[in-house]
Design a binder for this molecule. Sequence first.
Ligand SMILES: Cc1ncc(C[n+]2csc(CCOP(=O)(O)OP(=O)(O)O)c2C)c(N)n1
Length: 456
Amino acid sequence: MTEESKYRFLDNINLPVDLKKVSEEDLAVVCDELRDFIIDIVSVKGGHFGASLGVVELSVALHYVFNTPYDQLVWDVGHQAYGHKILTGRKDVFHTNRIHGGISGFPKRKESEYDTFGVGHSSTSISAALGMAVASAYKGETERQHIAVIGDGSMTAGMAFEGMNHGGTENSNLLVILNDNCMAIDPNVGALKEYLTDITTSQTYNKVKDEVWKLLGKISKFGPDARTIVQKVENGLKATLLKQSNLFESLNFRYFGPVDGHDVNRLVEVMRDLKNIPDPKILHVLTVKGKGYKLAELDQTLWHAPGLFDKVTGEIIKPVKKGPEPPKFQDVFGHTMVELAKANPKIMGITPAMPSGCSLNIMMKEMPDRAFDVGIAEQHAVTFSAGLATQGMVPFCNIYSSFMQRAYDQGNTRCGYTKPARGILLRPWRPGWCRWTNAPWRLRYGFLPLHTQHGC
Ligand SMILES: Cc1ncc(C[n+]2csc(CCOP(=O)(O)OP(=O)(O)O)c2C)c(N)n1
């Protein structure tokens, strides 16, 4: 078998219009091929890995069902959009991903009409898709669909809920797809995660829900009134069977799911149904980060962005070092935090969803009651730290400079004005990272110790 013929379907798919020619029975094979293609290229060129593997079926189903780029598809963060890029005209240049002069590792409006929004920082997709939906409604484009795909990690940010809060009162054609894989870069955290697990594991609810869904599909053919009745029944069941009323329904989003995000035919079926249901709605999809590459499924944090690797053995290829290397900056931070915290019981550590990236996980393991992963919530991380400081604690809040914009105002004003706040430590990320995430130049190097700036 030649290398070309390995991709029986993918060889002929350059755009969604080509994908739409594939029969539904063959979609699962397309997914296998797309997954192989991502593994083939990322293993030798580098980049994000596990997240894109997890949304292969979602990417295929979305471009199969929706009329992209007329229908607007917004990927949150965008590190998971490799499959989308490959299916939307960039298969032949995908090997230039993240290389100077090549394609971006994130959706970029200038790069393709299928990239509806420039992303990189998390939790913007709902607001962006809502803006698009409201604009379409205003223009009378009532058939146009607007879809935000957001991970459960990104859903922990306040901004995502700001979008939901607004979206629930706009009668716009907005579909939020919640890609729930229980992971951010590290395992996801917080009460929302527990809530999602609750929905996912409620067997009674899921059994009844499947029955109702089937009924909804059948009865909706008889007109809007019949559908409304079934929807009411379904809502009632959700509220009764889930311990509390449904969080998303309370925000005026119709909640559907959870559905298996690796069953491409089921996804196609569900998305087709949802196309005909107006107003804001959320589809809860369950996926496995790293799906289809065993090692990535087993160690999802390591394989979030593993660098180059041998795709057959799974060995991660480390750059050859010329001599002894100093320890990593973040590891020095992590160990020093533990050392300092042992000497000073007031010290606490805070990270917004980057425990392994900033090595606060060392302290989280040793002193779980004094080190916090607060979710992808930079603003909250800083203000929470300021709150701790008002009570005499000494918080060290470690934030990547790339994501500092989210926290900057809280650091500037809340910590600046809250005099007792001190010990806010901001961490710069390595030069070059900012090419992909738009961190401002001035924040790329050096510390920004707010406590000294404001004397707090
Ligand atoms: C504002 C902001 N903070 C932190 C990050 C770093 N980051 C990139 S991906 C990611 C995890 C995203 O989790 P989720 O949305 O669930 O997507 P998954 O990788 O699980 O598919 C984080 C924390 C970011 N991109 N933006």
